[in-house]
Every structure is written in C-alpha cells, then in structure tokens.
Design a binder for this molecule. Structure first.
Ligand code: NI
Length: 224
C-alpha cells in the first residue's frame, strides 16, 4: 500500500524546518548506505552533528506520530530517528531496497514501513520523483510541501534525477506492530470502515461485528 499522508507539517513549521536546514552542514549520502545501495546513491544527508537536529526530529516525528493516517497505516511499534536528504541538480538515487535492520547502540528496529516527508514544494525542482515499484506498476510520487507518503520498506524504489532546483525530504523507517504489508493494508481498510460505522451507526449490530473483527485481527496479527 502506498498511502499519502496529508499535512504532516503546517506552513509555519515548514518554514522553521527550512530555516534550520538552510544553514546546516550536509554530507555525502553514501556514508549511510549499505554496500549495494551505495553504488546507486547520489545525494546529501544532514550531518549527524547538526545543532538543530534534536528540535528537528522532535517536530517531524512528533507531528507524524500524532497523525491519524500515519498511525492507522503504519501501526508503528518503533520508528528510527529521521534522516534529512537533499538532492541538487544531477543527483539521484537508483533502484534499491532500504536496509532491513535500522538503529544502533543496541536498539535495533526492523524496517517494515518507509516514510518520506516532502519539505519543499514540487514547483521548486524538476525531476526528483520518488518512484515505487508496486504490483500495479511503477508509481511516481512528488507531493506538496509538508505532505508525506508511506510505503512498504521492502519495495524497490528510486528517486529520479533532479535537473533544476533542490529536493528536500525527511525520511524515517518504522517497525510495525503488523509485519506483513498485506495484513496492514487489510487492517487499514477495515479500520476506515469501522470508524465510519462507529460515527454513523454506533449502536448497530454490524458495527459491533466490524469492530470485533478489527480488534481481534489486530490481536491475531500483531507482534510486540
Ligand atoms: Ni530508499
């Protein structure tokens, strides 16, 4: 499932994020890539020692964690600290899979879900689409500033070359309570129906049945 998450960052928050990133040091993105991804990765990433990194992470992850679409789509158990990538003209990231295990210092996560938060407007750069290979063909994503997209971390994806301007994104990876992408997608659809029924027909027998099915499928499929 490729799920758009609208409005993760509001205009004033985006301005703040942009101002923090504007003066920060970026390093070669290949430094954080595994050996296979390194061959196709050509971007820059915010230096781990950036002075505003903690405030930046708190804002981005705080907003994401509170977002109902993210919560229902990712069913997050653990999320990695975000990284911030910049693509200038000529930069791209070829077809790759994200690392299956993330984290450090004894705190390791499995990456089930990948999230890209778009930090600048699509009009500010040419190219730079995030292209995700799905069973229905390639899907290209170039979202509005402040919006995000969530997709299975195990899908092959790439970033098209940027030919003008600059592409700025935040990325994070989530270990989901539900490991299987198809099960997460079923739960997402069932939960949407359940929430509508709880609003429109809270006392109906079918609402209770759908609610029970959702809760017990969560119990059946989640591992913590
Ligand atoms: Ni990737």
């Amino acid at each position: 499932m490729l799920l758009p998450i609208p409005g993760v960052l509001k205009a004033d928050e985006l301005a703040l994020v942009r101002s923090w990133l504007a003066g920060a040091r970026f390093v070669d993105g290949r430094l954080s890539a595994g050996s296979a991804a390194r061959r196709v990765k050509n971007n820059q990433e915010l230096d781990a020692g950036a002075p505003d990194l903690e405030r930046l992470n708190r804002l981005v992850m705080g907003n994401l964690t509170r977002h109902p679409v993210y919560r229902a789509g990712a069913l997050p158990l653990h999320a990695a600290s975000p990284s911030y990538a910049r693509y200038q003209p000529g930069m791209a990231y070829g077809d790759h899979l994200d690392d299956p295990i993330m984290g450090a210092d004894g705190v390791m996560y499995r990456s089930d879900v990948a999230v890209t938060v778009f930090l600048n407007a699509p009009e500010e750069y040419d190219g730079g689409e995030l292209v995700i290979r799905t069973s229905f063909g390639d899907q290209a994503v170039k979202s509005a500033a402040g919006d995000a997209v969530l997709y299975p971390a195990g899908s092959v994806h790439h970033v098209n070359p940027v030919s003008r301007g600059e592409r700025l994104v935040a990325l994070t990876w989530v270990q989901s309570m539900v490991r299987d992408a198809a099960q997460r997608e079923l739960l997402y659809g069932l939960n949407a129906a359940r929430e509508k029924l709880l609003q429109s027909a809270p006392g109906a027998a079918e609402t209770a049945q759908v609610n029970a099915a959702y809760l017990n499928l969560m119990r059946m499929w989640s591992d913590l």
